[in-house]
Design a binder for this molecule. Structure first.
Ligand SMILES: NC(=O)c1ccc[n+]([C@@H]2O[C@H](COP(=O)([O-])OP(=O)(O)OC[C@H]3O[C@@H](n4cnc5c(N)ncnc54)[C@H](OP(=O)(O)O)[C@@H]3O)[C@@H](O)[C@H]2O)c1
Length: 223
């Protein structure tokens, strides 16, 4: 393992890689040597990400996957395709999310509720379902669920988003317990919120530290 590329030959899949936190994480992991599989719906933004990854990693490109993660059958097909191509997955960053509608519970539009739960909770479950066999082929797999403090605070008007993140944390803990010590999979929950409220440069440093923490330390939950 080289000093400047500690993630060399590691394969990392990031959902919601086209912008924001997922994009920053994708570039950072590539800079550290990982081969990034970048998932999002916006093709143009994924292509721009590929340029940024090449610039950060000395010319090595990413695998771009334009995909709606709420399409469970497509997520299953991706799992099969990745098995064919790579045979394993070393890191899974379940980051894609939507805010949904901030409104009193009785006023939330049912379609927006469904979309929020589908994106923030059901899609991560479908990803775990499809990629767990690949993670089990890794010598040291890491799974990161991106949450929000909204999931714990139950604040008024945060309806679908807060419920989805509370469910996501529960899902992560259950999966971590199931992985236990008998597999090479370690599961983490990451809340980027506090950093994001402050400034971008601090946020960038913070994410770099979190990358190190999530991928090189024992899991918060897996024993
Ligand atoms: N930013 C914050 O302050 C903050 C605080 C707490 C928690 N978080 C959490 O951190 C994560 C990332 O937040 P962010 O601020 O970076 O979000 P963002 O800038 O809005 O980016 C969201 C990402 O998710 C992708 N995405 C959304 N729906 C998708 C779908 N159906 N299929 C595939 N990709 C989809 C988007 O890509 P496309 O539109 O191209 O598909 C985009 O890449 C979220 O889970 C969020 O809840 C963020």
């Amino acid at each position: 393992m080289s000093e400047d590329r500690p993630m060399k030959e590691r394969i990392a899949l990031i959902t919601g890689a086209s912008r924001g936190i997922g994009r920053a994480m994708a570039v950072e992991l590539a800079r550290r040597g990982a081969h990034v599989i970048a998932v999002a719906r916006t093709e143009g933004a994924l292509e721009e990400l590929d340029d940024a990854i090449r610039a950060a990693s000395g010319g090595r490109g990413a695998t771009l996957v334009p995909l709606d993660i709420t399409d469970g059958a497509a997520v299953d097909r991706l799992g099969a395709a990745l098995y064919e191509r790579f045979g394993r997955l070393d890191a899974l960053f379940l980051n894609a999310g939507v805010l949904g509608e901030n409104a009193p519970v009785g006023h939330i539009d049912p379609d927006k509720w469904e979309k929020t739960i589908a994106t923030n909770l059901t899609a991560p479950y479908r990803c775990v379902r499809s990629f767990d066999p690949l993670l089990r082929q890794s010598v040291a797999a890491r799974v990161v669920f991106v949450t929000s403090r909204a999931g714990r605070h139950c604040k008024p008007y945060w309806g679908g988003y807060a419920v989805s993140k509370a469910g996501l944390e529960c899902l992560a803990k259950i999966y971590a317990a199931e992985c236990g010590t008998t597999t090479n999979i370690r599961v983490n929950i990451l809340n980027p919120e506090t950093s994001a409220i402050y400034c971008f440069w601090f946020l960038t440093i913070h994410y770099s530290l979190l990358v190190i923490h999530c991928f090189y330390s024992p899991s918060f939950f897996s024993r």
